[in-house]
Design a protein around this ligand. Structure first.
Ligand code: PLP
Length: 383
């Protein structure tokens, strides 16, 4: 029997397990010291001033939209080549959503397509309040170019960096928020670093940070300076707005803190595997991701593109051989929920073509070279 090789999976070592056990033996399972230690480490890794740990990245996207006052009547733009959460967060706030087509060789939103759509939207008085670029596969979008357009057209930027912890762009760590209001990371087990479920928002904006902290916990503050009246006693807390319970547990934060010590090792291993895929597949009938960001991408995904007519046969063959290949992503607006909102085929032709050709190959730090060679041999045999 051949073993199943998934497209992504977590790497848990003894240090990770020990870190979790220590929390289990401690006084706090949630809202204890591990959260702050984890948030501080996220700040150190990204270079951001503030970090807010959350139950997952979807919660982070939701709270970032809320904290930027996205609401009914507003429009949020994002990439169609993403997980549904990048668009759903705007819908939670009652805002409308629209999608910008992608660059075919990176899967990130196309600056040219964005510029064109902005010119049209300006004429029609439908400019977005917020743009959520997605750093697809771990490779950063050109945030500097996006920020110039954001300034020109007056919209905010929140980075969906669910794929991109540890990535850099033009020498700056993703999450530093040099060009954005906030950045959101995911710690789901298929992502680069895991907390089981988990997410974090980074920002350099103190007011935004305080608002995110409040919204994470029901809209409640215990800080007298934020209260409407001086508190009657030390027991008083005030709910200032309608928030959520989006907290991360200390059990998760301790796992995350331990995992972050391994981040550069994780990414180094992913880069080695990517280089091996590139060499092995150089002469095959596949299109590989553009190579110019190899050193800077965090390499969450390695997506090859094959002829659309052959994609299903190749995918099925690999699955039949216990290779857990996947497809990232069907354009979000092809989901029935978004079709009901009025979206249809043809909106983003590059994204639609990408979807029809894409296959995500197994890529994770514990993937052995033997396992990878097995994937490559199967792929070469069908190509
Ligand atoms: C995984 C993912 C999310 C959601 O992350 P969760 O932590 O599962 O909520 C959002 N955006 C992208 C691009 C993702 O890949």
């Amino acid at each position: 029997m051949t073993e199943y090789i998934p497209y992504g999976r977590q790497s848990i070592n003894d240090a990770d397990i020990t870190a979790v056990i220590e929390v289990l033996r401690s006084d706090f399972l949630t809202q204890g010291p591990a959260i702050e230690a984890f948030e501080n480490e996220i700040c150190r890794v990204t270079g951001a001033r503030y970090a807010v740990a959350l139950s997952n990245a979807t919660a982070g996207l939701h709270l970032a939209c809320m904290a930027l006052d996205v609401g009914v009547g507003d429009i949020v733009w994002t990439s169609p080549n993403t997980f549904v959460a990048s668009a759903n967060c705007a819908r939670y706030c009652g805002a409308g959503v629209d999608f910008i087509d992608i660059e075919p060789d990176t899967g990130n939103i196309s600056i040219a397509a964005l510029r064109q759509k902005l010119q049209l939207a300006e004429r029609e008085n439908r400019l977005p309040k917020l743009l959520i670029p997605v750093h697809f596969s771990g490779r950063s979008c050109d945030m500097q170019a996006l920020s110039e357009l954001a300034l020109q057209y007056g919209f905010s930027l929140v980075e969906d960096a669910a794929h991109a912890i540890g990535a850099r762009h033009q020498g700056v760590s993703v999450g530093a928020c040099r060009y954005s209001r906030a950045t959101v990371f995911s710690f789901h087990p298929v992502k680069i670093v895991t907390t089981g479920e988990g997410g974090v928002v980074t920002t350099n904006d103190e007011a935004l940070y305080r608002r995110l902290l409040r919204l994470r916990s029901h809209g409640i503050t215990r800080n007298p300076a934020e209260m409407t009246d001086p508190p009657e006693g030390a027991w008083v807390y005030q709910q200032l707005e309608l928030g959520f319970n989006y907290r991360m547990t200390d059990i998760q934060a301790a796992l995350g803190l331990s995992q972050l010590q391994r981040l550069s090792d994780f990414i180094q291993k992913r880069k080695v595997l990517v280089a091996r895929y590139r060499t092995a597949l150089a002469d095959c009938a596949v299109q590989l991701p553009r190579a110019d960001a190899d050193a800077d991408s965090a390499w969450h995904l390695f997506v090859i593109r094959v002829a659309a007519e052959r994609r299903k046969a190749i995918f099925d063959f690999l699955r039949q051989n216990q290779i857990g290949v996947n497809v990232h992503y069907m354009p979000v607006y092809w989901q029935p929920y978004y079709i009901q909102l009025g979206f249809g085929r043809g909106l983003c032709p590059q994204s639609e073509l990408y979807y029809q050709q894409a296959i995500s190959l197994p890529l994770y730090s514990d993937l052995t070279t033997d396992q990878q060679d097995h994937v490559i041999a199967l792929l070469q045999s069908i190509l």
